[in-house]
Ligand binder design. Sequence first.
Ligand code: SF4
Length: 244
Amino acid sequence: MAGGSGAVTAVDRTEEALRLPWLPAAFSPDTDPLEVIRWALATYPDLRMPSAFNLNGVVLLDLAYQAGYRGEVIFVDTGFHFPETLATRDRLAARYPGLTFVTLNAGAHPEDGQTDPTLYASNPDACCAARKVTPLQTYLRQQAPSALLNARSRDQAATRAEIPFVEDGARVKINPLAHWTREMLEAYAAAHDLPVNPLYWDGFLSVGCWPCTRAVRPGEDARAGRWAGQGKTECGLWAGEGRL
Ligand code: SF4
């Protein structure tokens, strides 16, 4: 299954190639994500895959498995996840026994002393930093993978509209689904009978922690339900000073 969002132009491709000269010249917005993943596995054999098991993540996990990935799938338990999200993780772990599912902060709870239990309301940036970014950064510093496989796509939000297949930085981030649309992801999930988080079908197009996630309203982008009304759009893993 290959294709582009239609919003991507040759200019995007040229800019991407200029920033990342080692990117295969044959890559274009229409390149099949499987091809990107196979290239990533060959180029960065130690790559790892963090995931929160949203629709994008579940599709990427299946594609990565098809491409031969047998490494870790790393999930950060903030203590505020919906039970449906934890159940989705467990269903995926059962479906892909060849992968190693790692849960950081396993068993975290709002009352565990890690943060003020209501910090999400007074300072969500600090809450995300303590409960999500720091555990993953600490783990990745220990493991030191050269690259990360990530499931973000351009049509999730205006703030993600420029995501390339490969991002440079402290660690290389490979985004095979950068050019896939929500419709393409849903079609793939249906065709492969993937265990999508059931909250997705109730309008939670991007599922994070329960205090900071609401269902998306008609016409909103997929991430509009995350930290709605708080002036915050990212947890800090993929954007900002502490990004991976
Ligand atoms: S999403 Fe909300 S509850 Fe979860 S870590 Fe961030 S601020 Fe805290």
